[in-house]
Ligand binder design. Structure first.
Ligand code: G6P
Length: 747
C-alpha cells in the first residue's frame, strides 16, 4: 500500500526508538546478570578453596620445607588453581608452589587476612593474568598460632562467560524485538483494516442511520464529518438561493454553534460626539469597512472592538468600556479602546495612513515609514490582541480582523489563543512584491498576517500579489493549488472575497421614492427642477481621483457646451485624516480647482461644481443618489469601492448611470457601468456626455443587470463564504487531529 511520507517518517522514528529501548534493556540485563554471576563465582571459589584446604590439611599440617613444597605443587595441578603457599602465623613466607604469583605472596597480605581467625578470609582480586580469587585459610585451627594456607584461583573464565552472556542477551533481545514488532504490525494492520471497514460502513450508511451503525468510538468523528457535509450543503444551497441575514444566521447557528463573532476594526460603526449642549449625538462614519461590516454584525451579533475616537465615546460606555449598538435597536456590543494621542499619531496617522495606505494604493503619494510610528503600530496591535483575548468567551473564538491597521494582530493573537479561527480581511489593494518591499518591515507584516487562518482580499489579483510577496520575503511553502501558505506547520488560506453591501439596503428602503428625491434635492440645492445632476461621494482622499473628476466635468463643458447652464455636479467630500499633510494640501487643491472651474464657466447664478466638504449621514447620501442622473466614481486605485454598489442599490427606479473607474475592484463586477480610465480626461468627459444622453431603456437595462448582480453578491454572501471556509478549516483541523490520535502504525 502507498505510504504517506509523514507515516513513513513516524514508522522509522518508532522503530529507532524501539531498537534504542531494546538495546538499553539488553545492556542493563546483561550488566545485572554479570554482577550476579561474579557474586556466585566468588562464592564457589571460596567453597572450593576451603574444600581443597580441608582435604590437604592432614598432610600439610606438619609438612615443612621440600615435603611441603611437593604437596603444594601437587595441589596446583588442578587447572583452576594458579598457586598455593604457606605462611607463618605472622605472615612471613614459608614455602610456595611452583609459579606462585610473586605479587600475591604472604608479605602482601592485608592485616585483616592475618587476623581473620578460623573462618579464613577470601576476596576477588586482580591478578597478573586477569581476575583471580585469593583465599587465606588457617591450618590447624586448634593450635594457638596456626600457619596460613594461601590459595590463588584463576577467575578469568568469569570475564569470558560475561562476554558470551552479553552476546547471547543482545541476540535474544533482538529476536524478541523482531518477533514483537512483526506481531504488533500484523495486529495493527488487522485492526486498521477492520477499523477502516467499519468506518466505510458508517459513511456509506444513509445519513439518518449513521448513528445506529456507528460504534461509540466513531461518534466524535461522525459529528465532524456530518458538519463538513452540512457545510458543503449549506454553501451550495446559499450559492443557489441567495444570501440574506437569515441564511447567515443559519450558518452561524448550524456550523458554529451560534457563537457570536468578534470583529476587530480601527473604525467604530457608531461614533458618539459631544453636541456642545451637554448632550451626545451619534455619527455614522464615512467608511467602506463600516458600510460592509455593520449589517453583518446586526445579523450575527457578538462584539466589535474598535478605537473609541469620538469626543463623547467614553461618556456613552459602561465601566468596562462597552456600549450596546445600534443605539436605536441594540443587537451587539461595541467595545471601545482608548488610545493615547501618541499611540493614535504613530499607529493610525503615521504607520497606517502615511505608510501602508500610500504603499498599497497606486496614487503617487510617497509612503513614509518611521521607526517611532512602527513602534506604536506594534504596541497598538498588541493592545488590540489583548482586548480580543479579553472578550473571547471560549479558547477557539471566531475573530474577524479588519484591514491594514492590524497586520500584526493575527500573529499576536495566535500566541494567546492558538485554537482561534482568525479571518483577516484586507480592505485595500495589495501591491506587487517589489513595491511591497519598500516597507522596511515587510517580513514582520507578512509574518503577522500569516497568524490568520484565512487572509482575504477583494480580488484574485491582490491574492496573487500577496502570495508573491510571501514567496519573495519569507521562508514559507506556497501551495498554489489550494491557494494557501504553509509556515511552521500551519496553513493560511489566501482567498478572494469581493466585499459588498447589504441587500435589500436598509438605507435605500428608508429613503423616499426617486421622484420625490429628484424634486426635493434640486429644491434644496436651489437649482431648476429639470437640472441635470451628477454626484460624487467620497472621503476627501487622494486615492479617489476627485481632481481628475472635476477636470472631466470641465472637459465635458468645454466639448459639449449644450450642458452649460444645465448640468450641475455635486461632490460630497467627507473630511478625512485631516492632520496629514497630503490630505491638507489635497483639500486646498480640490477647493481651488472647483473654484477655478466655477469661475471659468459660471454665469447667471449657475456654478457647475457644488463642493460640500462636510460629513453627510447615510440618509442624506441616499437621497442624493436617488436624485442624480449619474454617479461618477473616479478612484485612481480602490480595493472595491462601495459607493458604486450603494448607488446601484439606491436606484430601484432603474434610472441613473454609473460611470466607474476601471481601477476599482467594483469594475470587475459591474461591467454594465460605463467603465473609464480616470486619468484619461477626454474619454472620461465623453463617458459623462454618454451618460447624460443615455436613453431611458438603456439605463434601465444596465441598472437592472447591476442590481441583480449586487443583490446576489451582497455582503451576507461575503461574510457567509468566509465563515463557511472558516468552519471547513475548523472541522478539517479537528478531524485531522482526531485521525492522527486514532491512527494505527500500519496506517
Ligand atoms: C478605507 C479603509 C477603512 C477605513 C476607511 C475610512 O475604506 O479600508 O479601513 O475605515 O477607509 O478611513 P478612516 O481612516 O476614516 O477609518
Amino acid at each position: 500500500m502507498h505510504q504517506q511520507p509523514s507515516t513513513m517518517r513516524a514508522a522509522i522514528r518508532f522503530l529507532l526508538l524501539f531498537v534504542a529501548a531494546l538495546a538499553v534493556l539488553a545492556w542493563g540485563a546483561s550488566a545485572l546478570f554479570n554482577r550476579q554471576a561474579m557474586v556466585w563465582a566468588e562464592r564457589d571459589m571460596g567453597l572450593r578453596a576451603r574444600l581443597l584446604a580441608s582435604s590437604a590439611e592432614p598432610s600439610l599440617r606438619d609438612a615443612t620445607g621440600a615435603s611441603a613444597r611437593r604437596l603444594l605443587d601437587a595441589m596446583v595441578r588442578d587447572e583452576r588453581l594458579m598457586g598455593a603457599a604457606l605462611c607463618h602465623p605472622n605472615g612471613r613466607p614459608e614455602v610456595a608452589s611452583n609459579g606462585f604469583p610473586a605479587t600475591l605472596g604472604c608479605a602482601s597480605l592485608p592485616g585483616e587476612a592475618l587476623r581473620a581467625g578460623d573462618a579464613g578470609w577470601d576476596r576477588a582480586i586482580s591478578g597478573p593474568s586477569g581476575a583471580s580469587h585469593l583465599t587465606v585459610i588457617p591450618l590447624g585451627a586448634d593450635t594457638a598460632k596456626p600457619r596460613l594456607l594461601l590459595l590463588v584461583h584463576d577467575m578469568s573464565f568469569v570475564d569470558r562467560r560475561a562476554d558470551t552472556t552479553i552476546q547471547y542477551t543482545f541476540i535474544a533481545f533482538a529476536l524478541v524485538g523482531l518477533l514483537g514488532a512483526a506481531a504488533a504490525t500484523v495486529v495493527a494492520r488487522l485492526s486498521w483494516l477492520s477499523w477502516t471497514e467499519q468506518l466505510r460502513k458508517v459513511l456509506l450508511a444513509p445519513f439518518r442511520a449513521m448513528d445506529a451503525v456507528a460504534p461509540r468510538l466513531f461518534q466524535p468523528l461522525l459529528s465532524d464529518v456530518r458538519g463538513l457535509v452540512t457545510t458543503l450543503a449549506v454553501e451550495e444551497a446559499g450559492a443557489e438561493t441567495g444570501w440574506n441575514p437569515e441564511r447567515l444566521q443559519q450558518v452561524l447557528r448550524r456550523q458554529l454553534g451560534g457563537e457570536g463573532i468578534l470583529v476587530v476594526a480601527n473604525r467604530e460603526p457608531y461614533v458618539h460626539e459631544r453636541d456642545g449642549r451637554g448632550g451626545l449625538r451619534v455619527v455614522h462614519p464615512a467608511s467602506g469597512l463600516v458600510t460592509a461590516l455593520e449589517p453583518v454584525m446586526r445579523a450575527c451579533s457578538g462584539t466589535w472592538i474598535a478605537h473609541g475616537s469620538g469626543s463623547g465615546d467614553f461618556d456613552a460606555v459602561d465601566a468596562s468600556d462597552h456600549v450596546r449598538v445600534p443605539p436605536d435597536r441594540p443587537i451587539y456590543d461595541l467595545r471601545r479602546l482608548r488610545l493615547s494621542s501618541e499611540e493614535e499619531q504613530g499607529y493610525y496617522y503615521g504607520f497606517s495612513n502615511e505608510g501602508l495606505w500610500p504603499l498599497c494604493h497606486m496614487a503617487h503619494t510617497r509612503p513614509e515609514f518611521r521607526s517611532r510610528d512602527w513602534e506604536q503600530y506594534q504596541r497598538v496591535n498588541r493592545r488590540f490582541a489583548d482586548a480580543v483575548a479579553d472578550e473571547a468567551s471560549s479558547p477557539d473564538p471566531i475573530v474577524l480582523v479588519q484591514d491594514y491597521h492590524f497586520a500584526l494582530l493575527p500573529r499576536y493573537l495566535r500566541a494567546r489563543l492558538p485554537r482561534a479561527t482568525i479571518l483577516t480581511f484586507w480592505h485595500i489593494p495589495w501591491p506587487n512584491a517589489e513595491r511591497f518591499g519598500v516597507c522596511p518591515w515587510e517580513r514582520e507584516l507578512l509574518d503577522g498576517l500569516l497568524g490568520s487562518s484565512i487572509v482575504g482580499f477583494h480580488t484574485q489579483a491582490h491574492c496573487n500579489n500577496f502570495m508573491e510577496s510571501v514567496d519573495r520575503y519569507l521562508e514559507a511553502r506556497l501551495d498554489r493549488e489550494r491557494h494557501s501558505v504553509v509556515q511552521g506547520g500551519r496553513e493560511t488560506l489566501v482567498r478572494a472575497y469581493p466585499i459588498s453591501i447589504d441587500w435589500p439596503s436598509r438605507y435605500a428602503e428608508g429613503t423616499a421614492p426617486a421622484a420625490e428625491c429628484h424634486a426635493a434635492v434640486r429644491r434644496e440645492l436651489g437649482i431648476p427642477e429639470d437640472a441635470l445632476l451628477g454626484v460624487g461621494v467620497d472621503r476627501l482622499d487622494y486615492t479617489k481621483g476627485i481632481e481628475e473628476r472635476f477636470l472631466a466635468v470641465e472637459r465635458l463643458l468645454e466639448r459639449w457646451p449644450t450642458y452649460r447652464g444645465r448640468f450641475w455636479f455635486v461632490q460630497i467630500a467627507a473630511p478625512s485624516r485631516v492632520i496629514i499633510e497630503a490630505y491638507r494640501t489635497l483639500n486646498e487643491r480640490v477647493e481651488a480647482l472647483a473654484h477655478r472651474i466655477n469661475e471659468r464657466f459660471g454665469r447667471d447664478g449657475w456654478r457647475p461644481i457644488i463642493l460640500e466638504r462636510s460629513h453627510h449621514e447615510p440618509p442624506a447620501i441616499f437621497r442624493m443618489y436617488r436624485a442624480a442622473d449619474l454617479c461618477y466614481v473616479s478612484s485612481l486605485h480602490d480595493g472595491m469601492n462601495l459607493v458604486a454598489k450603494e448607488f446601484v442599490a439606491a436606484r430601484d427606479d432603474l434610472r441613473g448611470v454609473l460611470v466607474l473607474s476601471r481601477f476599482t475592484g467594483a469594475a470587475r463586477e459591474l461591467s454594465e457601468a460605463l467603465i473609464v480610465n480616470p486619468y484619461d480626461i477626454d474619454s472620461a468627459a465623453a463617458a459623462l456626455a454618454d451618460a447624460l444622453a443615455m436613453p431611458e431603456d438603456e439605463q434601465e437595462e444596465r441598472m437592472r443587470a447591476m442590481r441583480s448582480l449586487v443583490s446576489e453578491l451582497n455582503v451576507y454572501r461575503w461574510a457567509g463564504k468566509m465563515l463557511l471556509d472558516a468552519t471547513r478549516t475548523r472541522r478539517r483541523e479537528r478531524l485531522a487531529s482526531r485521525l492522527s490520535v486514532g491512527k494505527g502504525p500500519g496506517g
